[in-house]
Design a protein around this ligand. Structure first.
Ligand SMILES: [Zn+2]
Length: 157
């Protein structure tokens, strides 16, 4: 059972095991000497599941261990707080090349649609850079060397 009381000097709330009642401790906050009070109905630390949860105690109390040997560490720090917000998954820099010749569908040039659709998928936040490219390719039907253009999109994804 824990006894909860306040330092008479600095009003720091302290929690001590009831076995330490009557012994003198040093206040971890102001270093003043305090006599641990005996538990009574007003200072018994009730077992409220919310108040006794680690998180609640970490905010509200110092934990003051009482033992016979020389007192070394009075303040027991709680476990490190978990990061509340999960880190966003690290995105990698990627490159997408869209060539106009790849967007031709039975005579229709869908290049603008394809590029627009791709940019929509990435979204403005992950868009890093977009630049035009020119390239040559051999037309399969005519075997002629064609010059065409496209875009190179750098994005995070
Ligand atoms: Zn104090």
């Amino acid at each position: 059972m824990d006894v909860t009381f306040h330092c008479p000097k600095c009003k720091q709330e302290l929690v001590v095991d009831a076995s330490g009642a009557g012994s003198e401790i040093s206040c971890p906050s102001c270093n003043g000497t305090i006599t641990v009070p005996h538990p009574d109905p007003t200072n018994i630390h009730t077992a409220n599941p919310i108040l006794t949860s680690a998180a609640a105690r970490e905010d509200k109390h110092y934990s003051v261990p009482v033992h016979d040997g020389p007192t070394s560490v009075l303040i027991q720090k709680g476990p490190p707080r978990l990061e509340v917000a999960a880190k966003a998954t690290e995105k990698q820099l990627r490159i997408k090349t869209i060539r106009r010749s790849d967007c031709m569908e039975v005579g229709h040039d869908r290049f603008d649609d394809v590029v627009a659709e791709f940019l929509k998928q990435i979204g403005p936040d992950d868009m890093v850079n977009i630049s035009t490219i020119a390239y040559s390719h051999t037309d399969l039907a005519t075997r002629a060397l064609m010059t065409d253009y496209g875009v190179l999109v750098v994005y995070r994804g």
